[in-house]
Design a protein around this ligand. Structure first.
Ligand SMILES: Cc1cc2nc3c(=O)[nH]c(=O)nc-3n(C[C@H](O)[C@H](O)[C@H](O)COP(=O)(O)O)c2cc1C
Length: 183
């Protein structure tokens, strides 16, 4: 497996489109964990190339991000892998070892301590260090969005919990590449 370095903005379309399929947000606090994300932003702030992720309060991923301040992303370029997507998007690291359950092959990252997944379905990798994090203030959203996205009638510990705010984590992209089979 080789890492073909990329300019992330050359892949802005693919990276943005991947959010509709579900990209993988990987963290490595007490153990490796990966969760599916559908929200995110590629851009520039403070002169840095960044990717922002939005993580709800009760996710195992949130505790890991708060512990390590870094994450990697595996981005699908074709179709997402349904088996990986199901486990990483509906099961929690609070209860299972997702690397084991989803049969993930992990390899070391280039610049951070969070491994990346070696997978033909998710070959584009971003390695990120958190520059800034901020819990969103739900009351600042238009009222119809508050009701739609954060109804307060489901307990925060339920699997489908949706009352909790998201925290935005803005990660500086410290390495970006596509994993390719060696020729
Ligand atoms: C298509 C899709 C997109 C998702 N996007 C997000 C997201 O952007 N932010 C978030 O907090 N949860 C999102 N989720 C939910 C998490 O992936 C899910 O709750 C996961 O089980 C959390 O894992 P964890 O507890 O191990 O962190 C999404 C789920 C799916 C299926």
């Amino acid at each position: 497996m080789t890492r073909e370095k990329i300019n992330v903005f050359d892949y802005a379309k693919e990276i943005t489109a991947s959010l509709r399929k579900g990209a993988l947000l990987n963290t490595n606090g007490d153990k490796f964990n990966s969760m599916v994300i559908g929200w995110g932003h590629l851009g520039v702030i403070w002169g840095k190339e960044t990717f922002a992720v939005y993580v709800r309060e009760n996710r195992y991923t949130k505790a890991q991000l708060d512990k390590t301040g870094e994450f990697s992303l595996n981005i699908p370029l074709g179709k997402a892998d349904p088996g990986i997507a199901r486990i990483c998007g509906s099961q929690s690291g609070h209860n299972i070892d997702k690397a084991k359950e989803a049969g993930l092959t992990l390899i070391p990252a280039e610049t951070i301590d969070t491994p990346v997944i070696e997978s033909k379905a998710y070959p584009l990798v971003l390695e990120c260090r958190v520059l800034y994090q901020q819990k969103q203030d739900i009351s600042l959203l238009p009222e119809n969005m508050q009701k739609a996205m954060y109804p307060q009638d489901v307990d925060g510990t339920c699997p489908m919990a949706n009352r909790d705010a998201h925290t935005a984590y803005i990660g500086e992209i410290v390495s970006a590449y596509i994993l390719k089979d060696e020729a």
